[in-house]
Ligand binder design. Structure first.
Ligand SMILES: [Zn+2]
Length: 230
């Protein structure tokens, strides 16, 4: 591949507002409350977002499966894996629409484990970025519930708060969608085959825990700033 005309093949120095950071994924996922936890506090347009996950086996540890469409590419890096077709050391970029979950040969085998990072670069400012999550029928594999959303990670009015980092929309929007799916039995009934699908294992993915902790922490930050200013 030849460089575009005028290219110096130089990577510009880091944005001073986003100094380079490093972390150890095995340490991060130890205390994360969700799958795909943002490992660095950079989620805005143009940022590289590295989501870290740890999955492990055991009774009632089935993680289910869903379909994910992302308008930006994802690169998965599997650091360690046992009991899965995804092997330790695998690095891959799949289709923009892909299945997530069903990683393990035997869903609840006690030895199952996977430590994996999924890295994506957020679209630049003014470029549309969007995602879609779809639950599929466990019996006939037809789509039964779809949630589409823009991934701007701007968190509205909170964006102006000093040091504020937007949450990852994949997680907060996933929580909104899965809560509703789990509350309403009619959403879980397949229109194709009539199968009553089980609830989505939301606890396994932690989207609800992440969203609630985010909301409480940010209400705490607002309280802190208000008290500090008086
Ligand atoms: Zn069905």
């Amino acid at each position: 591949v030849s460089a575009p005309t005028g290219s110096t093949r130089e990577i510009p120095p880091p944005d001073p507002t986003r100094p380079p950071m490093q972390c150890n994924i095995f340490q991060v996922v130890r205390h994360s409350n969700t799958a795909l936890v943002p490992m660095f506090p950079y989620t805005k347009p143009g940022c590289l977002v590295s989501g870290g996950s740890v999955f492990y086996g055991g009774p009632n540890r089935g993680i289910g499966v869903f379909n994910h469409m992302n308008s930006v590419d994802e690169v998965a890096i599997c650091f360690a894996s046992q009991g899965s077709g995804i092997r330790s050391g695998d690095v891959f970029s799949g289709a923009r629409e892909h299945l997530v979950g069903s990683f393990f040969d035997e869903e609840e085998a006690p030895d199952n484990l996977m430590v994996i990072a999924v890295v994506q670069r957020q679209a630049d400012m003014d470029i549309d970025q969007h995602e879609q999550l779809t639950f599929i029928c466990a019996k006939c594999q037809k789509p039964i519930s779809t949630h589409a959303f823009p991934s701007r990670n701007d968190a509205g009015a909170r964006t102006v708060i000093p040091e504020f980092v937007p949450p990852l929309d994949t997680l907060t929007e996933g929580a909104v969608w899965a809560r509703e799916f789990n509350e309403k039995a009619e959403l879980r009934r397949c229109k194709e085959c009539g199968h009553d699908n089980p609830k989505f294992p939301l606890d396994m993915w932690g989207w609800d825990a992440y969203t609630r902790a985010y909301e409480a922490a940010e209400r705490g930050r607002e309280l802190f700033l208000r008290l500090s200013a008086t």
